[in-house]
Design a protein around this ligand. Structure first.
Ligand SMILES: NC(=O)c1ccc[n+]([C@@H]2O[C@H](COP(=O)([O-])OP(=O)(O)OC[C@H]3O[C@@H](n4cnc5c(N)ncnc54)[C@H](OP(=O)(O)O)[C@@H]3O)[C@@H](O)[C@H]2O)c1
Length: 162
């Protein structure tokens, strides 16, 4: 299983159930990475997407504890249920796409995290665990610095090293 996330300097990922910033290059990177794959997200993240709709050309799985929740995609009510739901997919095709609650619970199952590191600080109320402070993770690859408007960022691939 893999995760993909955009963070600011403080590993902030969102505020008021929205992203901190929208970067076209990052959206394109996210789309390219996840197209044709399985994406797993929390109910709040699904509802933050345009029109509250699942992502196109991907197998969407939404996590909620509400047994009555209805969505136009697969719904899982626990981590155990998710595990059986994704059992038929190759682990590398499953991407955890947020938000904070889902990243924190599924990070132990991930071996790779694609992090867009934005060189700025935003007020945030949702965070990703700081992988730079976690000896289990190493930044294995990183791109040149990208620029969009006045923001600088780069794509960093973290790998679990134990
Ligand atoms: N920067 C990024 O890359 C990125 C990516 C995605 C999201 N985000 C941001 O992250 C923020 C949202 O994060 P969040 O933590 O508030 O919400 P979230 O993780 O998207 O969704 C949380 C919901 O998931 C369900 N859930 C959690 N654990 C579960 C479990 N073990 N079994 C079944 N369902 C479970 C619950 O739904 P119910 O309440 O229905 O039971 C819970 O309220 C937003 O600001 C969003 O924009 C950022």
């Amino acid at each position: 299983m893999k995760a993909i996330v955009a963070v600011d300097r403080n590993w902030g990922i969102g505020r008021d159930n929205q992203l901190l910033v929208r970067l076209k290059k990052d959206m394109a990177h996210f789309r390219k990475q996840t197209l044709g794959q399985v994406v797993v997200m929390g109910r709040k993240t699904l509802e933050s997407l345009p029109g509250g709709q699942p992502l196109d050309q991907r197998t969407n799985i939404v996590m909620t504890r509400d047994p009555a929740y209805r969505a136009v995609c697969s719904v899982c009510h626990s981590i155990a249920e998710l595990e059986s739901c994704i059992a038929s997919y190759t682990p590398d095709s499953v991407y955890v796409i947020g938000g904070e609650a889902i990243y924190r619970q599924l990070l132990p199952f991930c071996d790779t995290v694609y992090v867009t590191k934005i060189d700025a600080e935003f007020p945030a109320d949702s965070f990703f665990p700081n992988l730079d402070a976690d000896p289990d993770w190493v930044a294995a690859q990183e791109t040149e610095i990208q620029q969009e408007a006045d923001l600088r960022f780069r794509f960093v691939t973290y790998k679990r090293n134990r």
